[in-house]
Structure formats: C-alpha cells, structure tokens
Unconditional design. Sequence first.
Length: 318
Amino acid sequence: MHSFRVRLILALIASVILVSVASTYFDVLAHRHILREDLERRTAWMSRSIEPDVGNAFAMEDPAAFPGLTELLKSGTGALALALYDRRGDLLAASGPPEVFGALARNRVVEKALAKGAEIDAFGHVNQWQWLEEVSPIHNGNQLEGAMAIVVDASYIRSEGIALWRRSFWRIVALVILIVGITVGMVRWFLLRPMRRLAERLRKLRTGHEEKSEDPVGPELGLFSPLAREVETMAESLKAARAAAAAEARLREAGERLWTAERLAVHMQNHSGSSRIFVVSNRQPYMHVRRGREIVCVVPPSGLVTALEPVLRACDGV
C-alpha cells in the first residue's frame, strides 16, 4: 500500500507539473504577443508624431542641426535611440547606445525601408539591450529625402515573461502541496481505514475471537462493500465449520487418543474454563529482522518453541 501511495502521488505531481508548465508556456506566449503589439502601436504613434519635425529638418538641408534634433527628439519621446539617415542609408546623426546602431547596420533595416519606401519595424537585441526598431522613410513630396530610425526599449517584455514564470512556479508548488495532502488524506480515509477494518475482522475470524455482539462490516466501506459482503458470507461459513469441529471434538474427547487442534482447544477450555495459558521463557519465541525495507518474522531453532507453539496456537495461549 505504501508503494501504491507513492506511485499515485508521483503520478499526480507529474501530471500537475506537466499541465501547469504547458499552460504557463502558452500564457507567456500570449502575454508577450499582446505586449509586442502594444509596443508596436506606441512606437508607430511616436514615429508619426515626430516625423514632421524630421521632415522640416531635411527640408532646411542643415546637417549641423541634425545632432541636436536627434538628442531633443530622443529625450522628448523617451526612446532608447534615434538616428537619421540620408537617401543612400548613410548615418547623418544618432543619439543613443552605439551597440544599437551597430545592430541596425548589421540587420540592414534602414536599407530595406529605403528600398521599399515604407515603414519597417523589427525586434532586435544585443548584449543587455532589447528593443523594437522602426524605420520610416522621409519624403519631401514625392522625393525621398532620407530615413528616421527610432528605437524603443523592449526589455520589459522579457522581464514580464520571467515574472509570469516565477508566479507560475509558486502556483505549481501550492497545487502540488494541496494535491499531495488531499491524496494522502483520501487514501488514508477511503482505502487504508476500510482495509484495516477488513483485515482486523479476518484476523478475528481466523483466530476465533470475534465477539458475538460485533456489528458486521457496514456499507460505509464504499468501494469495498462487495468484498465486505463476501467477508460476511465467509464469516458465517467459518463459524459453522468451527462449531461443527468443536462439537465433533467434544464427542471424541472422552475416548479417542488422537489429538487435534480443535480437540486440544476443547480439552483445555473444559479444564481451565475462561483462563488463558501463559508460557514464560528466558528467550522470545520469534525474532524480527530487517531485510531491505521489510521486517521478517523468523522462528529460531528451539525445542521449546517447536513443542509448545502449536499447543499455544490451538489454545489461544501467550
């Protein structure tokens, strides 16, 4: 039964962990998707709001004003970085971490936006930086003047995912503790308790010490009810067999010389009444030794045990 409980608990724990991890994984994906869409909308709105200022700067054709403009727009929007490029994709002015612009050059996002003539956004990362980059071509009428790249910090998306995993971990721990507690309680109450009652009833039937007033095994055993009914049937048959054996032993006790366990029990009961037989020895009749995880009862080689144990078993001795 202990092995059954351990296997049941381990199976439940594995199932809870598997379902919870799978559910958390898809929750994280959905949450990241929502955060990315929100960041893309905010970045597009930010880019459109400063695009007229950048267009005016290109129209003035004053390259000396570009560095101050990029710094001003970066501070005003709260972007991670902002850069301006000419129509060939060469960098005119930039404000922000150099690693970000190096990644932009390697990804060739500016060249793609200039070639396509439309806005392009993409997520990127390098070292500790994670961002969303959006490149918008700048037009003066129908003429392409250059491009503006705005980079927005996206590291909070990863932090949100980690926080979600952390909350899920503690939720899994709480669920495992709760399920293990409920499982142990249900196994103890609905399985072990009825089985102990059945085992005790069978032990009393085997040794002949069942009380006459003892109530039969009731319907509260639940799923063990069919077994309980079979036990009651077996108990009645065993009582009848014991009564027949006792009656036969009484008839033969006076003249027969063949001793049986039943005859010996009747003989001792007639001579001792309700008293029990006790044998006192300087050594115990059994040894209990541990073999692996089990405790085994061993009968030592002893003439006293060999001679008197059957007598005491037949007479309910100690």
